[in-house]
Design a binder for this molecule. Structure first.
Ligand code: DQA
Length: 174
């Protein structure tokens, strides 16, 4: 349930009958963005496939979209499988409500990452900047797509935005 705004009484009394009510925004929905190996090189890496925006550009844009929707976005990127797994495990203790993940090359290889997502049982959205279905044969299989809430593939970095908006709207509905 999204509780974006609450009203808190502030202590300032103008007269005995008027109290200033201060409006305070409460961000109580935590969403985690995870990017896998080589995505730290976004903007430099195969621009024909992945575009010119850097990972920082992507993260900043998503943070601002999350904030304007009353959510906290936490971001992490790693080239190491075990660090990605640890970030997924720690999500439970951080009360993460949804995960947006581009597992990058681990999409096609990592049963361990799949198991980590199944273990924490947090809804997740799979993102691929390029259209993995129209590339090499080995990219067509994903260890995640059958258990993801939704897959955003081939939409460029817009896919991250759409995944975030989908996660937020699903959470608002609940
Ligand atoms: C990718 C597609 C993967 O096949 C590839 O290994 C990546 C990025 C994408 O965003 O299009 O590193 O996940």
């Amino acid at each position: 349930m999204l509780r974006s705004w609450i009203l808190l009484p502030c202590s300032k009394k103008i007269s005995s009958s008027i109290i200033i009510i201060k409006s305070v925004k409460i961000f109580d929905v935590n969403i985690l963005l995870i990017n896998g190996p080589n995505l730290n090189l976004l903007g430099k890496r195969e621009a024909n496939l992945y575009g010119n925006a850097s990972l920082t550009d992507v993260e900043k844009n998503l943070e601002s979209i999350a904030k304007s929707n009353g959510c906290n976005l936490e971001t992490m990127q790693s080239n190491a499988e075990h660090e990605l797994i640890d970030a997924i495990h720690i999500s439970i203790t951080k009360d993460i409500k949804a995960i947006i993940i581009n597992p990058a090359a681990y999409t096609h290889t990592s049963i361990a990452l799949r198991d980590a997502l199944l273990s924490v049982n947090i809804p997740f959205y799979e993102v691929h900047i390029s259209d993995v279905q129209s590339r090499e044969e080995f990219r067509k299989f994903s260890y995640f797509s059958d258990i993801a809430e939704k897959v955003f593939s081939g939409l460029g970095i817009k896919g991250y935005e759409l995944a975030l908006l989908e996660a937020i709207s699903k959470y608002k509905e609940a």
